[in-house]
Ligand binder design. Sequence first.
Ligand code: ADP
Ligand code: MG
Length: 908
Amino acid sequence: MSTVHPPRNTVEALLADGTTVELRPLGPDDHRSVLDLHTEGMSEESRRLRFLGVSRNAPQQAADRLCGAPRPGLLALGAWAGEELVGEADCELLDEPPQTAELALAVADRWHGRGAATLLLEHLVHAARAVGIRFFEADTLFGNRAVHQVFADLGLPVERRYAQGEVRIRVPLDDEGGERYRSAVDERGRRADVASLTALLRPASVAVIGASRRAGSVGRTVLGKIRRGGFEGEVWAVNPHAREIDGEPAHPSVRALPAVPDLAVLAVPAGAVPDAAEECGAVGVRALVVLTSGLGPEEARRLMRACRRHSMRLVGPNSLGMAQTDPTVRLDAEFGGAFPRPGTAGVAVQSGGVGIALLQRLAWLGIGVSSFVSLGDKYDVSGNDLLQWWESDGRTDLALLHLESFGSPRAFARTARRVTRTIPVLTVDAGRSTAGRRGAASHTAAAATPTVTREALFRQAGITATRSIEELVEVAALLHAQPLPAPRGAVAVVSNAGGIGVLAADACAEAGLTLPELRPELGELLPPGASVRNPVDTTAAVRPTELALFLRALELEEAVDAILVCLVPTALCETPGQDPAPALLEGPARRRVPIAAVLLDQQVPVRYRGCADGGSLPVYSDSLSAARALAHARDRARRLAEPFSPAADAPDCDRRAARSVVDGYLTAHPEGGWLDPLSTADLLEAYGLPLTTTVWARDEHMAAVSADGLRRLGHEGKVVLKAYWPGQVHKSAAGAVRTGLAGDSDVRSAYREFTRRFGPDLAGAVVQPMAAPGVELLAGVAQDQVFGPLIVLGLGGTAADLLADRVARLAPLSERDLSTMITELRSAPLLLGNGGAAPVDLAAVRSVLARLSRLADDFPELVEADLNPVIARPDGALCVDARVRLERRPSFDPYLRRLRRPTAAEGE
Ligand code: ADP
Ligand code: MG
């Protein structure tokens, strides 16, 4: 390897204690800092461990090596807290063994134990892998417990060789894609994130900056709410123009406060936000909530800088504030509405208005809130952070999100997949329609998203996606108070009026629930004339005691996973003791199976009714809502029942070769675009994707010569000729594909025809051997704005668009995804062996999908890929046409810990 590029970007990331550090490659300007790190920053003993003995010149040599003349093959990263170099990690390529780099690591003594070494290592692993380094090696002293712990915790396999008091450590980096490493990184990320959010969500003291005397002003309103809300910590008002506000003293500046607040709420004009933030950071404030809206790009940039440099987490700007109901905190720092009742639902919204509506509905229903955050423009703290907080706060058992855009989709999808295993995460799929998307886009500067399969994608990430706030609340009502049904989701529908029951049964069927047949014996519990075919018609004559007994029997039925009871007040109900509704409420709310009730005379869409056992029964005014909620609960149960499936295996992918194709193309075409046929072939080959032999021919003569060479590989000795010109889309429709060419004259006349037809546009042609016929499939990569790369499988060939038989899954695919993608196709029988035909080589099809998934996951630059057709046969799968589009993308690796850079504040 000749050149090793340092990672281009400076990034910020969190240490284990939540401190923000900046990571960047070391350069000549850092010589002094590196020297200081190794001298003042380290004790004699630390130096001995670092340099394997005492050497007076070692610090100087280290600084010279890291910051002197450029050394090809050296990667050196520093972590900075403000102006201080906290630590460095570097690796330098060895001549022998190949692809191996010597690793060195140093962290200043006072920063030990805060995860700096691990963070630096993670980033160095990432940078090293990107340039093809496959092993780290390092000599360490036997007694260097700290460094051995760092390697042990990293999550990568570590080989150790002992010799004379030293330990030679060898770390293979190939496993970076491994689940063990990724989970270790995730776990460290979660802990650091939660630590950094503590000052925001559990502050011991708060300052409101810009609290004015004017009644009705945002600052004053929030200040008043914090005081009246009974905040358990200290609260101070900051206003240079007022001595007192509401009879309490006001302070001229943050510096003048008696102590440093954990959290500052900013309600100053947009132009004053950056300075206020800088001042907060300088005194040591750890978190900001910025209520101000309308910041310009320069103000945004300066605000972000202050936050990153001084290690402050930021909510907003344009936030409605936040609330923490934990009785040991009780912080009501928002100007949305009433302080939410304490409870277990975590709520985060992007738009303040939605937040108000959502909190109000939860209050009506009686679901309490653990914490509420109005994220506003989401420069820093995002839905992702909140999910991790709720996952860890020990109080939250239900997460409600309303987001219009996702800063780092892949990271969000990965976090959601994990968090939803412990708590349900509900969201409104905002911006579904084109018009809604336009609103969402201008609202948040997020680009438009094709949403065709969004609902399915949410489901794959484990998220319960609803279509409206109302539906969100209706589903929350069920999930919050009732157990999950068994994954089968078989519902018994019970009503006291036949027609109503039929409607409810239809609603269930439409929501994808099944209605099992019930045992006729159950009918003995009901009045004569009742029907126990599901839906059950108890008749209007059913007495409360009968209904109670019947429900009791029903919940114990093996065939029943959930119950929907739908009651309408009949004239009989007016007879004392005849109304069946009380029977429902006097029974238990908590049963073996979930129960949702529909009372048709109820005016609000959903409410809780307290039951005899102290539990809550969700009661809906209409059976559609109840059925939909049950279906969401069933989906969640199904997901939780899925056993863990490992990431799809794609061995021997040559990331370095692929990287060189991608970088080569993007250097030549910074604006991005479609790869030419030969680069496409190189890229696919690097990842073991089976593209048929493809030879480039510039003119008729070369086409004829190549065809001659390829003919013996072709089915029945034939070849295929395809015209190429940059920017082409569908070749066959344009008459650019000629298959089944047998002899020399066929090839020549086909080429001449291309010349006639396409004239000067024609850049040349590709020649391929004719593939044997099989099932033509399409395999590809597409991008979703919310979730990132999707892998698509479908029926392919020229009829692909017509039949539109496709399935899509979020990348990275699991082994189970590979199976279910194939079986979910409508054309699956063609693959599995239909009517006596031999089944195709499914392992080969799975391998194509797994490799595409790995490629898309490794290269965010790959924005679109279309392998169509992949010809699947009993003896393998072969792609004969592939198109790949690349775009320069900020390389956001979801497995690399770093803080997000919001677009609005970008451009440093
Ligand atoms: P496009 O998709 O741009 O129209 P393709 O290269 O996919 O062009 O060719 C169209 C069709 O021609 C394919 O769906 C396939 O049926 C057939 N075809 C193309 N190349 C080959 C080949 N090498 N062997 C056999 N059939 C081929
Ligand atoms: Mg094609």
